[in-house]
Ligand binder design. Structure first.
Ligand code: HEM
Length: 843
């Protein structure tokens, strides 16, 4: 079919639907979903017995307590007595007869006895029978079985949430000279909480609105409309099934007063199909149908959510869910319609955007975001291409094209195609020509995005196209920095020599044990830390609010290393004598100005990561897990270059600008492990395979330092600043020659140069692995000196003793804090750090 014809039909269909919807709305609102005048209610009428029972005579409460129904197949008449015991109705083989002299004949005509009883009605007078039906069944509003007032019974009003017996009732029937007595009760049964149904309503509405912003917006909105109609049909069927009467009466109940269903459902279904095929404009039909049914349902049937019974054959909760879905989906569609239009409306028509093909009318380029499109999608939405000013139809609804037309659409471009009037008269050859030119034009106009979008489902904008809402810039995969995971479990703790290149960020937190913490308390804390650290280092969430901090971030080489300070021994049932020799407190060094409050600590957490947020999140989570057994004593943040900023193997620089770490023990050294890790068989088991960490926060007096000429700075260290080469010559890794002299006979590496005093050769081989971080805290800045070794007594202590005396660097630095921690060996899965801290008997 010609696209413009389709578009016109679509618009007309829409106009009809909108008109009908408008016309039906008042009728719909008025057509309450009641049966026999009763909707959802907490009143419950029960028939207990019909006694004596007579085969062929049956009595039932129908229409949710509104009426009684008597069936008589005995071949003999049953007479129903009225309110004065007079004969009211006669049901027998010759049909149903009413006594016009009985007031019940008038009072029972409707639910609330609103029919005026004529003055000549006299229950004591002989019956004046009038036949009303040939059937052998009669239903009447017997006002003995239900509550007649519009106000609640006093007891119910006083306590509406409690159950109440309101009355016991009885109705007498006469059958063949026998009185059949029907007895029953009228109760007040409080309804359930409506909250779940409010929630279901809200969720279904939100789902529909949210669907507009998915790649399958049309399909999902269409599905919502279809589901809405299906649910409404089911709901109506439930009502029809409890409606008494003949087929037309039941059908009428099914379709609703004013045949709302008959008129609305088919249009809604047609609209759903068209929307599914991307007729965006019909979102407004969905809106109309949804809004209509939703408002009707909300007005009429919402009480089923909080009342105990409803006139429906469906199970009560299924009925409630159905009402919630119709109200929710309808409300959602009310909002979704305009949103769908806003998101997918065709671009304003451009005359030049038309193109012809043999069977396709002129079309404009695909302008809608494409939902889950394959490259050669057989159906594609394009705007109808009636020229602007022609009948003013440039807002025409999108329609569905065949694959060929879709390809033509993709090839069409602004500025090249003939106007529609010409195009329809051109042949395929010209269309192809125009298409190719159009493609080029499209590229030139930046429409390549639209074509890519059509091919790959990427939402991309073209000039003049309405901006499609997007979630944000397309997500790029995490780089190696974010995704890198360092194994947590292993023989040694991570964060000491792994990863080989120290991470960019450090957060170190020292804790003091709370008073009275016992062995179990300490072990519990270590268990919590171990578990959390294992998860965090693998990028797994902990399930607390801190997870938000790292939403979207990878583990980023996170390591958590746990250590014990000398002061831990003597606490938590750990004897002071159990402190290993390696953990002998550091001696005082000349010149240091230590801040005791920010030094030492019973426990320490060393958190490294290549991202500051990741490090912070982990340290914070672990700090929280320390409570109540331990509280923070001090903490420090450090930084180095971020990965990727310098060559991977390059030595990092400190804030004085020097390459720092050049002459560290290298992993390739034969004795590397023996220098860094505790191997002494005399060391306690928990420490063997561990390492001892010296932490010194050393402030750099940068103003003084920066005032020095470069050459003077280089002589302080004994190495060139730029290359890190020793002043004795060579390149960075050239071993320093401490005997080399300059032309004037002076030592190339001065006598007080830092490396001369620190080097193992002049310190009985004392060695340590320095993996320091810079810190900056207000005006203060410097080095968080971290030195790992098997035993500080053969590492840091002798070197620092020497440095503290004559190191030229001392004029530019100040040791302000100090701490010492023994890091236990690593942990296997299932175990926890420090498990053997109390000996071989793990807690
Ligand atoms: C802010 C304070 C410090 C700064 C700026 C600093 C800087 C440096 C620099 C630039 C080097 C030469 C490159 C290298 O081999 O790493 C170095 C070497 C060294 N530093 Fe320090 N350092 C500081 C404190 C310390 C302390 C407290 C110790 C230990 C007590 C120490 C021990 C060493 C050792 C052992 C070497 C290697 C010497 C060699 O064999 O060449 N440093 N330091």
């Amino acid at each position: 079919m010609d696209i413009s014809v389709k578009a016109r039909l679509t618009r007309r269909l829409l106009a009809v639907i909108v008109g009908l919807a408008a016309a039906l709305l008042p009728a719909g609102a008025a057509s309450a979903h009641e049966v026999g005048g009763v909707g959802a209610t907490n009143f419950a009428t029960t028939l207990s017995a019909l006694s004596p029972a007579v085969p062929g005579v049956s009595l039932a409460v129908v229409e949710n307590g509104s009426r009684l129904e008597l069936r008589n197949s005995t071949g003999r008449e049953v007479v129903v007595r009225g309110y004065s015991d007079e004969p009211y109705a006669r049901i027998g083989p010759d049909g149903v007869w009413l006594n016009d002299g009985s007031p019940a004949t008038y009072l029972n005509a409707d639910r609330f006895a609103s029919t005026t009883v004529p003055a000549d009605a006299d229950p004591a007078a002989p019956p004046r029978w009038r036949k009303i039906s040939d059937e052998t069944v009669h239903r009447w509003h017997d006002h003995r079985i239900h509550w007649m007032l519009t106000t609640l019974p006093t007891a119910v009003a006083a306590a509406p949430t409690a159950a109440h017996r309101i009355s016991d009732w009885h109705v007498d029937l006469d059958h063949d000279g026998t009185v059949l007595s029907a007895t029953g009760s009228l109760d007040w049964v409080p309804g359930p909480s409506p909250t779940p149904w409010y929630l279901l309503t809200a969720v279904s509405a939100l789902v529909v609105v949210g669907a507009v912003y998915t790649r399958r917006a049309h399909a999902l909105v269409a599905a919502a409309l279809g589901a809405l109609i299906a649910t409404d049909v089911l709901h109506a069927a439930g009502i029809a099934l409890v409606t008494t009467g003949n087929v037309p009466e039941r059908l009428s109940a099914f379709l609703g007063d004013g045949l709302t269903g008959l008129l609305i459902w088919p249009f809604g279904l047609v609209a759903a199909v068209l929307i599914a095929r991307k007729a965006t404009f019909l979102g407004f039909v969905a809106m109309g149908v949804g809004g209509l049914l939703s408002s009707m349902m909300a007005l009429d049937d919402a009480p089923v959510w909080w009342r105990s019974s409803a006139p429906s054959a469906l199970p009560a909760d299924l009925n409630r869910a159905g009402v919630a879905l119709v109200v929710g989906l309808g409300a959602g569609l009310l909002v979704a319609g305009p949103l769908l239009w806003r998101r997918f409306k065709p671009a304003p028509h451009r005359t030049a955007s038309t193109v012809a093909s043999t069977d396709a009318p002129p079309v404009s380029p695909p302008t809608e975001p494409v939902e889950g499109v394959e490259a050669d999608h057989a159906t594609e939405s394009v705007a109808s291409a009636e020229p602007e000013g022609r009948a003013g139809h440039h807002e025409a609804a999108p329609v569905v094209l065949g694959a060929r037309a879709a390809r033509a659409a993709a090839a069409a471009a602004p500025g090249d195609a003939p106007a529609r009037g010409d195009a329809t008269e051109t042949g395929q050859a010209e269309a192809a020509t125009v298409g190719r030119r159009g493609f080029a034009g499209t590229l030139a106009a930046g429409g390549v995005g639209a074509i890519l979008g059509a091919a790959g489902g990427i939402v991309a904008g073209a000039p003049g196209e309405p901006a499609a809402p997007q979630a944000g810039p397309p997500a790029e995969p995490l780089s190696g920095v974010g995704t890198t995971r360092i194994a947590f479990h292993g023989e040694r703790q991570a964060g000491i020599t792994t990863p080989a290149r120290p991470q960019a960020r450090l957060r170190i937190v020292a804790f003091d044990l709370a008073d009275g913490v016992d062995r179990a308390g300490l072990q519990g804390l270590l268990r919590r830390w171990t578990q959390a650290a294992a998860q965090l280092s693998q990028g797994l969430p902990l399930g607390d609010s801190g997870d938000d901090i790292v939403t979207g971030a990878g583990p980023s080489s996170l390591t958590v290393t746990v250590g014990f300070g000398p002061s831990l021994f003597g606490k938590a049932a750990l004897p002071a004598a159990a402190r290993p020799a390696e953990l002998t407190p550091l001696p005082a060094f000349p010149g240091e100005q230590l801040d005791a409050a920010h030094s030492d600590g019973d426990l320490c957490l060393l958190v490294h990561a290549d991202d500051a947020l990741v490090a912070f999140r982990a340290a914070r989570a672990l700090t929280r897990l320390a409570a109540p057994q331990a509280r923070v004593r001090w903490q420090l943040d450090g930084f180095n270059n971020s990965p990727g900023v310098t060559p991977t193997a390059a030595t990092g620089r400190n804030l004085m600008g020097q390459l720092d770490g050049t002459n560290n023990p290298q992993p390739t050294d034969e004795d590397f492990a023996a220098k860094v890790y505790v191997t002494d068989p005399a060391a306690p088991g928990w420490l063997r395979g561990g390492s001892v960490l010296v932490v010194r926060r050393i402030r750099m007096l940068l103003d003084d330092w920066d005032a020095q000429p470069r050459e003077a700075q280089e002589r302080v260290i004994g190495r060139r600043k730029d290359t890190g080469a020793p002043l004795s010559g060579g390149v960075e890794r050239t071993p320093a020659n401490f005997g080399t002299t300059t032309a004037d006979g002076a030592l190339a590496i001065p006598a007080d140069a830092h490396i001369r005093l620190a080097t193992p050769a002049f310190n009985n081989g004392a060695a340590m692995l320095r993996r320091g971080y810079s810190y900056s805290d207000g005006d203060a800045a410097g080095l968080i000196f971290l030195a790992w070794q098997a035993d500080p007594r053969r590492g840091f202590v002798p070197v620092q003793q020497r440095l503290a005396g004559t190191d030229a660097l001392n004029r530019f630095i100040r040791h302000e804090t100090s701490a010492l921690f023994a890091m236990p060996h690593g942990v296997a899965p299932g175990g926890h750090l420090g498990q053997d801290l109390f000996g071989d008997d793990p807690a």
